[in-house]
Design a protein around this ligand. Structure first.
Ligand code: PRX
Length: 631
């Protein structure tokens, strides 16, 4: 057996000893009594009885050996700013932020919602929450009032931390009006809002509610705020993600399992060492930002580079210029970003000294072979795909070169990572598919390893019912992804089994978009599907039935389309905006009224829609075909 195969086998069959070893990668205030309490499956309690603090592990523990080393490097090509914080400075800023939050009444277990652009204060806020044992809930800055209001109501935060504005491509995007509107829409009202004023979009403060960060910071400059030692099972954060229903789920993560999982992944998968620089181009509003902009690199004692801006502005060399300047050793991005770069000349990459870089990791969406080939050629470094989910917090499939070097195969994110007992299940019978090259649903036998979701925030039943299937006598977690495994144990991802789509690496629920479209006065109903796109992987396309079919004459179709897109922008945010809205008089449904999204998608992608015997009105699908021939 190879070294990695043995490593993986041991993580499953000798789970306790394996993870006890990994647990030594982080600092414990009190040792754990038990590695994994799985007495109430599928709920796993990792490192039960142990006490620790995530902020201590990310920041304080590095002060002894590396106080003056870079910890957080922030570059904004939007505002032309660049700031570098050493571990000592980061420690001071996090304590200031923690002192402010304490002053605003935040205590252990309270929720703090963070709605911020990519600025250092966002990371300070996350780490300050961790320091206090408060549970942060970061909402991606691209989400608009409706999405934000839903999350405010679900998380019920005591305090919201935000900023006046973000900026994208040189265009200021005010956040405050969206936040004010979201708070107005929400039933839950936060007691305080802490506003970082970047001077980009001045907005009036709400008296008695809004606090100015600079003023507060000045009042807490030298305050020491000790870490609160929390139980390993104490929730560190919730992060909302889309699924089949219109209501996003609050993925809840623990503290101890998460710290250990990230530390282990930095060693075995990403191979990032203390003193080096990690550059993840994601956003703190996504899971990659949580795990691999903020916590993972810092836990490993690395400097983390946080970038606000586009990959092609001021020119497509910007990321690579930063790799050179800060001697980045590990880089992490999404295939979409590479496909954007690929439209430009590779000389923009060659112009920079990339010798520090060891590998580029890609995740979040399928990596097509031309994109992988192009970037591997352009940078001359290994390109390593990794497959995971908001739910898991770290890779399910990849290559663990830190354990044993293994080749990558184009089109495959790799093999099952240690800790994950990955299975392929037959969709209909739930039976395990053990042969090579059989298509099934990618599943994980319980318990999920450390670092994965504990439950759905305040909804254990939803966690159990959504994700877990009973296969005679066993509980198995479904990823909702199709996959096949080859003879060598490499997996290939074949798309989602549910109504989730992936636009430019952003996970969106088609139901959420349909519900947002239905808010438009003229709309009776809508169907949204993901359609293959050369740059974004997928784009959302909407088919809409109007209340009054006469509402749209040929002349006003474009106007109505734009107006519906605006409704989506205002409610969910422009990231969810369909690329096209087409008007039809009926949607393809089964006789029992179920929308046939997969058939619509197949037609849009010019594939065979498959068995349509249950379809009520074949003319409805024909209308969709007709739209394609018009296009
Ligand atoms: O469908 C899979 C796809 O993205 C989904 C998870 O998205 P999210 O929760 O946003 O987490 C992203 C964390 C990297 C998965 O269910 N996906 C993610 N990575 C890959 C992928 N599809 C193919 N290849 C990947 N490497």
């Amino acid at each position: 057996m190879t070294r990695y195969a043995d490593f993986h086998r041991r993580s499953i069959t000798d789970r306790e000893a394996f993870w006890a070893e990994q647990a030594a990668l982080v600092d414990w205030h009190r040792p754990f009594d038990q590695v994994c309490d799985y007495s109430r499956p599928p709920m796993a309690r990792w490192f039960a009885g142990g006490r620790l603090n995530l902020c201590h592990n990310a920041v304080d523990r590095h002060l002894a050996a590396r106080a003056d080393q870079n910890a957080l490097i922030w570059v904004s090509t939007e505002t032309g700013q660049e700031r570098v914080y050493s571990f000592r400075e980061l420690h001071a800023e996090v304590q200031r932020m923690a002192a402010i939050l304490l002053g605003l009444g935040v205590r252990q277990g309270d929720r703090v919602l963070i709605y911020m652009p990519m600025i250092p204060e966002a990371a300070f806020a996350m780490l300050a929450c961790a320091r206090l044992g408060a549970i942060h809930s970061v909402v991606f800055g691209g989400f608009a009032s409706g999405s934000l209001a839903n999350r405010i109501d679900d998380a019920a935060p005591r305090v919201i931390v935000s900023a006046d504005a973000g900026s994208r491509g040189g265009k200021v995007i005010p956040y405050k009006p969206l936040l004010d509107e979201a708070i107005r829409l929400a039933t839950h009202k936060p007691s305080r809002v802490l506003m970082v004023d970047r001077g980009l979009a001045p907005a009036p403060a709400v008296a008695g509610r809004d606090e100015d960060y600079a003023t507060q910071r000045a009042a807490h400059l030298d305050e020491a705020v000790p870490c609160v030692w929390v139980e390993a099972t104490h929730p560190s954060y919730t992060l909302y993600t889309s699924g089949t229903t219109g209501k996003p789920k609050g993925v809840q993560r623990d503290t101890g399992g998460y710290a250990v999982a990230l530390a282990a992944s930095m060693k075995h998968i990403y191979q990032g060492n203390a003193g080096e620089t990690y550059f993840s181009t994601s956003d703190i509003g996504w899971v990659v930002g949580h795990s691999y902009i903020v916590y993972g690199p810092l836990i490993a004692g690395m400097a983390t580079l946080m970038y606000e801006g586009l990959p092609v502005r001021p020119d497509p060399g910007i990321w690579w210029q930063l790799v050179e300047k800060y001697k980045v050793t590990v880089m992490f991005t999404a295939p979409t970003a590479v496909r954007v770069l690929k439209k430009h000349d590779a000389s923009y990459l060659h112009a920079h000294d990339l010798s520090s870089l060891r590998a580029l990791f890609l995740a979040g969406e399928p990596l097509d072979e031309p994109t992988a080939q192009w970037i591997a050629g352009a940078i001359g470094k290994p390109v390593i795909d990794n497959y995971w989910q908001t739910e898991t917090g770290w890779p399910i499939l990849s290559i663990a070169n830190g354990v044993e070097a293994a080749p990558s195969k184009f089109g495959s994110p790799g093999m099952a990572m240690y800790g994950y007992d990955v299975k392929l299940l037959d969709e209909n019978t739930g039976a395990e598919l053990t042969g090579a090259n059989q298509k099934g649903v990618i599943a994980i036998e319980g318990p999920l390893p450390p670092g994965c979701m504990q439950t759905v925030w305040r909804d254990d039943a939803r966690f159990v019912n959504t994700y877990w299937k009973t296969v005679p006598g066993r509980l198995i977690y479904s990823t909702f992804d199709w996959g096949v495994r080859d003879e060598d144990g490499y997996y290939y991802i074949l798309g989602r089994t549910d109504d989730v789509i992936n636009v430019a690496g952003h996970r969106l629920g088609t139901r959420e978009i349909e519900e947002a479209i239905a808010r438009h006065d003229a709309v009776a109903e809508a169907a949204v599907v993901g359609v293959a796109d050369a740059v974004k992987g997928q784009v959302a396309v909407a088919f809409v039935v109007l209340k009054d079919p006469k509402h749209v004459g040929a002349a006003s179709a474009a106007e109505l389309e734009a107006d519906i897109m605006k409704t989506v922008d205002q409610h969910l945010g422009s990231l969810a905006r369909p690329a096209r809205v087409r008007f039809v008089t009926a949607l393809p449904k089964t006789r029992s009224g179920k929308l046939l999204r997969r058939a619509i998608q197949a037609v849009c992608e010019r594939r065979d829609p498959g068995d349509l015997t249950t379809m009520e009105d074949p003319a409805a699908l024909q209308q969709i075909r007709d739209h394609l021939s018009d296009a």
